[in-house]
Design a protein around this ligand. Sequence first.
Ligand SMILES: N=C(N)NCCC[C@H](NC(=O)CCC(=O)O)C(=O)O
Length: 448
Amino acid sequence: MKSYEVNFDGLVGPTHNYGGLSFGNVASQSNSQQSSNPKEAALQGLQKMKALMDMGFVQGVLAPQERPDVAALRNLGFSGTDAQVIQQAAKHAMPLLVASCSASSMWVANAATVSPSADTADGRVHFTAANLNCKYHRSIEHPTTSRVLGAMFANDKHFAHHAALPAVAQFGDEGAANHTRFCRDYGEAGVEFFVYGRSAFDARYPAPQKYPARQTLEASQAVARLHGLADAGVVYAQQNPAVIDAGVFHNDVIAVGNGEVLFYHEDAFLNTEQMLGELQGKLGKLGGNFQSVCVPRAQVSVEDAVRSYLFNSQLLSRADGSMLLIVPEECRANERVWQYLQGLTASGGLIREVKVFDLKQSMQNGGGPACLRLRVALNETELAAVNPGVIMTAPLYDTLTQWVGKHYRDSLRESDLADPQLLLECRTALDELTQILKLGSVYPFQIN
Ligand SMILES: N=C(N)NCCC[C@H](NC(=O)CCC(=O)O)C(=O)O
């Protein structure tokens, strides 16, 4: 049976702004308080989706969330009408209002961890929503994420959904941003590769000193258990704590994998040789031929990797078996990175082509091409069971482009977040969106 890796991209929400909310994420910190352009952000994302669809990839779309999250503000003690809640928060606790307005759900690589049916004990595709416990503004995403995923993959026979792990730092889980999968073919059993930043229960593991390690070993292990993965199909690896301290807040900022290939930076992991051996051995037992492409620090420093987001790229398989790398404009702007990429595609290896996308609005918050997509490997039968409303088509692209044009502002500053009108605009837009994507009622304002 034919199988596919479907990329579901997060649609940028109407409140996209630069709140400086993510300590440890260099771009988020350095662009704090700048004026954003939500309309441009959403259109940049849609253009990437359309381009991949035009290249022949199956592309999906994942809806944004209701923001400001008034219910979250009520949980923090603000009361009255929705407008009063927003105005009180703006007056007494602006940082909390900013956090409750973040459009961070666009980075759907953090929405969930997904295991394809070929890897799981019960032969279903498993999803665990990420608790995103490290940052308050992201920790409020998972209830709606679960409802949206439930509406997209609404078939018990093929899809199993797990609630987020316990909401404590010891089980900090950032979803697919620290998870990749190696396989010979998307429909065959593969090796799931879980990368963690620290152990929460075993003090012998090293940990970063400056910035938080968002993903714990114990969270990754829990997800593997929930999904029914066999030990023979799982490899765990620890991120190098030094790169977390250099701004690599997720593994997908320093490595990306696809098919039988891992593309990674020399400094990305601890115990790299052992890890590569384990990947090779386990994939080998499944009939695969694991290959790795290491980018030496002498050619691209960790700082250049963080600045350019070279590794936050999408590594895609083309029909002829070669691979294509989707990178952000910032890679072309960095001389050393661009030179490396020219050499890589000319070297006769598997990665033959690089395509560049302008995702500046998202990039300024630390979200590159790979952050914006959630990969779901599906066989034909499973793909047919996905809600067809969320699969990108030329008409859907046109409809969504018009929808953005109608509802989104082209400039947003912190002071605008206090405007209760923004909540109404957001709800009106999302109500229409759930009809466009045929999601039913998934937002708090639709179900409460
Ligand atoms: N690498 C992956 N997979 N995802 C990128 C997530 C970026 C996101 N930025 C933010 O949440 C910034 C929001 C702000 O500052 O306004 C984060 O740090 O969680």
